[in-house]
Design a protein around this ligand. Structure first.
Ligand code: AMP
Length: 222
């Protein structure tokens, strides 16, 4: 199963990608998580990425493409992957096509998660992540059992720097300008499935599984 999740920041790509990857038994490949990890480790890649991320801008295509090519070449991606946050520009989409073609592979589906802008801003404002293990929470929709602490590891919950209000509007503008054209790119290739990302986490997962099954011409739930 080789699937891409498209959608604006705050649409729920990270949450849904983790659930889909677990369902299909394939890795969840998130470029945002890879960059956040590199920033936390203080690697040269992290230092470079941090400058762009803090401003709500995109890391240059060449850098991102290199990270993804190395990740997809690893053995655990042989049965497939769920890509979250990549591609985000047309050159990235073309690079991905090239990486797959080299191995005689194609994507199975591209899921566009649609959510209203008002809802996106509300989601980003309440989002918190564990500073230790990266687990996601939301003050309103998925609060932790103990305020400010991760249920899984007890780490401190923090707001992502790029979830602050000004950065969120910049990220939305970047999305509209650079990433939204990918919807047409994948529609033309017959890969696009559109899913309403406005329901509960469980409802959206089911809707995605159904839509992807439909795209693959199968019936049923798996
Ligand atoms: P995300 O967690 O997917 O929202 O990504 C957080 C930030 O990492 C983005 O706002 C970008 O600065 C950077 N980033 C993640 N994925 C990409 C990508 N495919 N291309 C460029 N920058 C990216």
């Amino acid at each position: 199963m080789r699937v891409v999740l498209l959608g604006p920041p705050g649409a729920g790509k990270g949450t849904q990608a983790a659930r889909l990857a677990a369902t299909w038994g394939v890795p969840h490949v998130s470029t945002g998580d890879a960059f956040r990890q590199a920033v936390a480790e203080g690697t040269p890649l992290g230092k470079l990425a941090q400058e762009y991320m803090q401003r709500g801008e995109l890391v240059p295509d060449q850098v991102v493409n290199g990270v993804v090519a190395a990740r997809l070449a690893r053995d655990d991606c042989a049965p497939g992957f769920v890509l979250d946050g990549y591609p985000r520009t047309l050159p990235q989409a073309e690079a991905l096509e090239g990486m797959l073609e080299e191995r005689g592979l194609r994507l199975d589906a591209v899921v566009d998660l649609t959510v209203s802008e008002e809802e996106l801003v509300r989601r980003a404002a309440g989002r918190r992540v564990c500073s230790r293990c990266g687990a996601n929470y939301h003050l309103e929709f998925r609060p932790p059992r103990h305020a400010g602490r991760c249920d899984l590891c007890g780490g401190e919950l923090v707001q992502r720097e790029d979830d602050r209000a000004e950065t969120v509007s910049r990220r939305l503008a970047v999305y509209r300008r650079q990433t939204a054209p990918l919807v047409e790119f994948y529609r033309e290739r017959g890969l696009l499935v559109e899913v309403d990302g406005g329901g509960t986490v469980e409802e959206v997962t089911l809707a995605i599984l159904e839509a992807v099954d439909g795209r693959l011409g199968r019936k049923g739930g798996s």
